[in-house]
Design a binder for this molecule. Structure first.
Ligand code: WT7
Length: 655
């Protein structure tokens, strides 16, 4: 933490008027007592019992927090519970068997509803199948699946038998899947033949098969869901299993939910970090589920009667926590949509809200900005009066997009919660409580009760009101990651720093400001991680893919301003004897698509004779970011080769 964060303080401190939550909302809110902030602060960490109380424990925990081995904090130690029991069985037992658990919307006119009873049956059958295939407690099962109900079923089946799942986003490439299978030593894969986008069938199975050819350890069993029927003409080789056949073989079977220690791993999820290697963020059963349920209750305001729609893909943490675990832990109805928001028309999302009478809608700023661009005529085509609360997550939301969402989707009557959190935090961390706190468009809000988020300077001291700094969390929280899979050292190194008093502080990698009311405005990433449309990409990961291309000597990847969005910019210098040709450019873009994912492909590839370096040989990314965004270059005196700057600027202009 040497340089100050490169943040746009002016933008953050622009005047924003506070908006009180609508009376009608407050009257019915799950949490509406303003003293909750103080009540949690003065009773920390015991305040978190309130979250744990939303769950059914097989045996009670002895301590809320065990901090004897920092930063390897443990929550609700000694307690035992099962996540699938909490998300399914207990709602059936309590008389909710006929309530919808999952409402799924596929391609045009195709829908499926799973009641809690249906979910119970299929989770049990698939859990029985997995167990018979040899999956034991603590075996990692990799799930490479699109947005179909079988994905949450598989997650819950794993949870039922105590096998951690590792979901790999279906948009990732075969290489990315192979890396994740290998790093987690995962011997079981559940995948799918394909999925529909814009009415067209996409092949997933061939990517899965290519990944299986690549991994050098033994993947013992592969299960394939048949989503496309005959469309792709897949033939399962005899060593792979058909999901439907497995259910038939285990029809009506029950598997007792395995009691798990609160600290046992519920799942791991690979995300981008500051090195080239994806990091396996691990989450523990008790703390994660408690925070997922608590934030779904207090922030999303969910009740069992509610239909919730979080539009995130389950392949990301947002989908894990707020499509699957949070809403289902509370016994609510969760909505899943396989398609895209503008097919067959740009009112698709509002049509789904209308048809299903969605109460709570949670999406990303990039989607809201697209809705805004398309125009209010699309939401106006539908009755959106079922909506009670709106949410946003994934990247900063500009006040204009916030206002548009509030007015044209919420009709000025639904609070908007701007929730800051990360894969590592497991659940929401900073947000207004919609029944308590006033909203300030563009600012996420105060830290949630029990969360000690602080914006600090390079020395680790809290900044004054109005100041900018690093977003950190001074005290642990239940949903926090427990380690990076198989790499405790990297966990300590990358996620924490020590204060002068020796205490550990979680470092989020974001820059932020804080105002006089304690509202935090998140400005964006300050480490070598990009946030492109709410998706996290490690610059090093993309760079190492690019330097793998024949003819490339060096590469530096930065994020550039592209309107309110971020675009991936790659600066590349070629090896001696190789031309900066159009062909090379295409190969670079293709390679990134193949080794990581199509959404990681650079928007622009700029060839430069050399990259700007400091005297110690470090590439000066700040400068490259400024060039890409057309900003002022600032001080370039630390450069060893200042002459390249002009050449790079010319290359960006001419290209
Ligand atoms: C990064 C985490 C769990 C959220 C989905 C992405 C950015 C997230 C906000 C927000 C401004 C936000 C941060 C964070 N971010 N929410 N409300 N306002 N920025 O999870 O892939 O782990 O990325 O997303 O930069 O560090 P992720």
């Amino acid at each position: 933490m040497s340089d100050g964060p490169g943040v746009d303080v002016e933008r953050a401190l622009g005047e924003t008027e506070a908006i009180d939550p609508p009376e009608s909302f407050v009257r019915q809110a799950n949490v509406s007592d303003p003293s909750i902030h103080e009540a949690f602060a003065s009773n920390w960490p015991e305040c978190w019992e309130r979250a744990a109380d939303l769950l059914d424990w097989e045996s009670a925990y002895d301590a809320v927090l065990d901090d004897s081995d920092e930063p390897f904090y443990e929550w609700f130690t000694g307690g035992k519970l099962n996540a699938a029991y909490n998300c399914v069985d207990r709602h059936v037992e309590a008389g909710g068997k006929n309530r919808a658990a999952i409402k799924w919307v596929g391609k045009r006119d195709e829908t499926r509803t799973y009641t809690y009873q249906d979910l119970h049956r299929e989770v049990n059958e698939f859990a029985a199948a997995l167990r018979d295939l040899g999956v034991g407690e603590d075996d990692v099962v990799t799930l490479y699946m699109p947005m179909i109900p079988e994905l949450p079923v598989a997650m819950l089946a794993c949870a039922r038998i105590g096998a951690p799942h590792s979901v790999v986003f279906a948009g990732f490439s075969a290489d990315a899947l192979a890396t994740r299978l290998a790093r987690a030593d995962s011997e079981y894969l559940v995948t799918c033949d394909g999925y529909y986008r814009r009415g067209t069938a996409f092949n997933l199975k061939s990517k899965a098969d290519n990944a299986l050819l690549d991994v050098n350890h033994d993947v013992r069993e592969t299960v394939v869901v048949d989503r496309l029927g005959d469309e792709m003409g897949h033939h399962l080789p005899s060593h792979q299993r058909d999901y439907g056949d497995l259910l038939d073989d285990h029809a009506g079977e029950r598997v007792d939910p395995v009691p798990r220690d609160a600290e046992d791993m519920l799942f791991l999820m690979y995300t981008s970090g500051t090195t080239g290697e994806p990091k396996g963020v691990t989450h523990a059963t008790g703390g994660y589920l408690a925070q997922a349920a608590w934030t779904s209750h207090a922030v999303l305001d969910l009740e069992p009667e509610d239909t919730h729609w979080c539009s995130a893909d389950i392949g990301w943490i947002t989908g894990h926590t707020y499509v699957v675990y949070g809403p289902l832990a509370l016994g609510a109805t969760t909505t899943m949509y396989e398609g895209t928001p503008d097919y067959p028309d740009r009112d698709r999302v509002w049509e789904i809200v209308d048809t299903n009478a969605v109460d709570v809608f949670y999406t990303a700023p990039t989607a809201i900005r697209a809705f805004m661009k398309w125009g209010e005529e699309y939401p106006e085509r539908h009755d959106l009066s079922s909506l009670r609360l709106l949410g946003t997550v994934g990247e900063p939301i500009n006040p204009r997009a916030w206002q548009w969402y509030y007015e044209h989707v919420g009709g000025g009557e639904c609070p908007v919660v701007d929730t800051w959190w990360q894969t590592e935090t497991g659940g929401m961390m900073i947000s207004t409580l919609p029944g308590v706190d006033a909203m300030k468009p563009g600012s996420a809000g105060p830290p949630l009760p029990g969360i000690d988020a602080e914006v600090v300077d390079a020395a680790g001291d809290p900044v004054d009101a109005g100041g900018a700094g690093y977003l950190t969390v001074a005290k642990p929280w239940p949903g926090m990651l427990r380690t990076l899979y198989g790499d405790d050292d990297r966990f300590v190194e990358e996620c924490w720093r020590r204060d002068d008093d020796g205490g550990y502080r979680y470092v989020a990698g974001d820059g932020a400001t804080v105002d006089g009311d304690g509202y935090v405005t998140v400005l964006g990433r300050i480490d070598d991680v990009l946030n492109v449309s709410g998706r996290r990409l490690g610059t090093m990961e993309i760079e190492s893919a690019i330097v793998g291309v024949e003819g490339v000597a060096e590469a530096a990847v930065v994020g550039a301003d592209d309107g309110p969005d971020t675009a991936v910019f790659a600066y590349v210098s070629t090896e001696n004897g190789y031309d900066a040709s159009e062909e090379l450019r295409e190969r670079i873009v293709e390679t990134v698509g193949e080794t990581i994912a199509p959404f990681a492909r650079p928007e622009r590839v700029v060839f430069a004779p050399d990259l700007p370096k400091t005297r110690s040989g470090k590439i000066m990314r700040r400068l490259l970011t400024a060039v890409a965004s057309g900003d002022d270059l600032g001080n370039t005196s630390a450069l060893r080769n200042p002459e390249v700057v002009g050449e790079i600027q010319a290359a960006v202009r001419d290209e």
